[in-house]
Design a protein around this ligand. Structure first.
Ligand SMILES: Cc1cc2nc3c(=O)[nH]c(=O)nc-3n(C[C@H](O)[C@H](O)[C@H](O)COP(=O)(O)OP(=O)(O)OC[C@H]3O[C@@H](n4cnc5c(N)ncnc54)[C@H](O)[C@@H]3O)c2cc1C
Ligand code: FES
Length: 482
């Protein structure tokens, strides 16, 4: 079943042609989510030849499945930043995110975009066990000079002047504006190879077309290039279940709950609700869990649902800027940790400033190589430990030798004639067999019962039952087996 969000179902698709020839760019942007499109937006009047290449349709990644709360309060982030860096860095992060909210509001107004943009208060709540963390965050915010309302008894605080919108109405309007200014857009154009030269890059598409470019922007959510930076030692992905439906009990604020994480916002007369997610490759929350979570709101009838995923590390600040110290002309943006609306706006401005040699006060705040080394290393070991554990366990204890053990609708890794195979038996009794080794860095895939996909616990690549790539960082499909 296609993973389609309400946003995708409620807008008319954009009509652009797939790339059908080799070509030259001055700037190639890979990825047509909010990050890639914001970059294009800030470059649209630069006079540079800019193209955006998207593997699927524009906005079909995390941007098309988001809940689109536009906030500077990204969970309990400022106490983490103060702890890892200092109060000044926390204030800078707050300022740049606050400016990004104002920037989105002013783009909406200036470009006359109908995207249901509304200002709204955000409420951050915690269970009694989270009280200390909430207090710590409130204390840092107050020392930063942020105005808020704190209810100690009920364990929540509220921040005014945050916002929300329809993410695809906004994204599609920006694409149309950029296209009118000469930016070229290519949907269904997957980039499968990247070759770096001294001052340029050569890209290859899945169809075999070649693109030469001076500047390369990796706006793919998870960077699809590895060497020489190896971000994958720190970055992984989490996947969440989102549901939406009507209710008589719409809140007048957006809501974010720490531990177990859940969030809520309204859209017209609907409520959108996100449950605590899980690392890609580990078991997803079931419908029963959702029912239990929603029992306090009896008038809520979810009638549409979808999944979404984003990139995480234990470092609280996104990585935005040069891909590596050796690459002056390759840029990336990642590690948004579930807060991409302001992060993508910041990334678009910062990367376009780098390309156009304009100064930007926040370059050092987001510089990927700086955070990569300065960031938290202790949890890095748990990331590696998790991957190793899952690898060793799955290779040694693959679940059976005979595909007859499978029930309809079930998928498992089997060792058949000494070779690992990912086998799925569909409802019609047909077997689908793939090589269960991830093309990215050879992680062993797990079967996702809910979505009927093969998911990689290492960095979050996902594939359908016939091996077609659904989510990167892998650039390749799985091999199918007989
Ligand atoms: C459940 C959930 C709720 C969220 N809610 C919020 C929220 O309320 N507020 C908020 O601020 N953030 C939220 N986020 C986070 C936000 O949605 C993301 O951080 C943001 O959309 C990321 O945008 P992006 O453009 O970087 O990535 P994406 O939108 O994923 O775009 C990347 C694009 O790159 C394309 N691509 C990948 N590989 C290739 C290739 N090889 N060739 C060509 N194209 C390629 C993909 O197809 C994709 O379209 C949420 C995230 C989740 C998981
Ligand atoms: S996503 Fe990296 S090994 Fe699978």
């Amino acid at each position: 079943m296609k993973n389609q969000s309400y946003w995708q179902l409620s807008v008319k698709p954009l009509v652009f042609e797939t790339l059908h020839q080799s070509q030259e760019d001055e700037v190639s942007i890979i990825g047509g989510g909010l990050t890639g499109i914001m970059c294009a937006y800030y470059l649209r009047q630069s006079g540079l030849k800019v193209s955006v290449y998207e593997a699927e349709e524009f906005g079909s990644g995390s941007t098309g499945h988001t809940t689109a709360k536009i906030t500077y309060q990204h969970g309990l982030i400022y106490s983490q930043i103060e702890q890892l860096y200092d109060l000044d860095e926390a204030i800078r992060f707050y300022t740049v995110n606050k400016n990004a909210i104002e920037e989105i509001a002013s783009i909406v107004e200036r470009e006359k975009i109908s995207c249901d943009f509304e200002w709204e208060t955000l409420r951050i709540c915690g269970s009694p066990s989270q009280k200390k963390n909430i207090e710590k965050e409130v204390d840092v915010l107050r020392r930063m000079g942020v105005s808020l309302v704190y209810d100690e008894k009920e364990c929540f605080f509220e921040i005014e002047h945050q916002a929300k919108f329809h993410p695809l109405k906004y994204l599609y309007a920006l694409i149309q504006i950029c296209a009118q200014e000469g930016i070229r857009f290519y949907p269904r154009t997957k980039i499968t190879q990247i070759q770096a030269h001294d001052f340029s890059y050569t890209l290859k598409t899945e169809r075999g077309d070649t693109i030469h470019t001076n500047h390369l922007v990796l706006a793919t959510r998870y960077p699809i290039r590895e060497v020489p930076s190896f971000y994958s030692v720190k970055l992984y992905q989490e996947r969440d279940f989102v549901c939406m439906g009507q209710t008589d009990d719409l809140p007048s604020y957006m809501y974010f709950y720490q531990e177990p994480l859940k969030s809520m916002r309204s859209y017209q007369n609907h409520l959108i609700y996100v449950c605590q997610g899980a690392r890609v490759g580990s078991p997803m929350q079931s419908e029963a869990y959702l029912k239990d979570q929603l029992k306090e709101n009896e008038s809520f009838y979810p009638n549409i649902s979808w999944y979404n995923q984003d990139v995480y590390s234990q470092d609280p600040i996104p990585y935005i800027g040069h891909f590596s110290r050796k690459d002056d002309y390759c840029y990336m943006a990642t590690n948004y940790r579930g807060w991409g609306m302001t992060s993508a706006t910041i990334a678009g401005k910062l990367i376009s400033d780098l390309i156009l040699h304009r100064s930007n006060d926040y370059l050092d705040l987001f510089e990927p190589s700086f955070h990569f080394f300065k960031g938290k290393w202790k949890p890095w070991f748990s990331h590696i430990g998790y991957v190793m554990n899952s690898e060793i366990h799955d290779r040694l204890f693959s679940q059976g030798k005979d595909k007859q053990v499978l029930e309809k609708g079930e998928g498992r890794i089997l060792r058949i004639h000494g070779k690992l195979k990912g086998v799925y038996l569909d409802e019609q009794g047909q077997y689908h067999m793939v090589d269960p080794i991830c093309p990215h860095f050879k992680g062993i895939l797990h079967f996702n019962k809910q979505e009927k996909t093969w998911d990689c616990p290492c960095h979050g690549s996902r594939f359908d039952i016939d091996g077609q790539l659904l989510d990167g960082p892998s650039r390749d499909n799985l091999k199918t087996l007989d």
